[in-house]
Design a protein around this ligand. Structure first.
Ligand SMILES: [Zn+2]
Length: 60
């Protein structure tokens, strides 16, 4: 039986993923600390994408 792992009770600063725009509350799978804040991601791929060019995903 395969079950998708999901992080729970993790307080991330984003409510949607910066890369794919899904809700972090629905499929939180990976996290990354960026500039002192904890960000959540749906997958390692999503995190990698953000890590490669975080500025392009940040809304200021
Ligand atoms: Zn994603």
């Amino acid at each position: 039986m395969e079950q998708k792992k999901m992080l729970k009770d993790v307080a991330v600063i984003n409510t949607v993923y910066p890369v794919c725009h899904m809700k972090t509350s629905e499929s939180l799978n990976d996290t990354l600390v960026y500039k002192g804040s904890l960000y959540g991601f749906c997958s390692p791929e999503c995190k990698k994408e953000f890590k490669g060019r975080p500025e392009s995903f940040m809304v200021r």
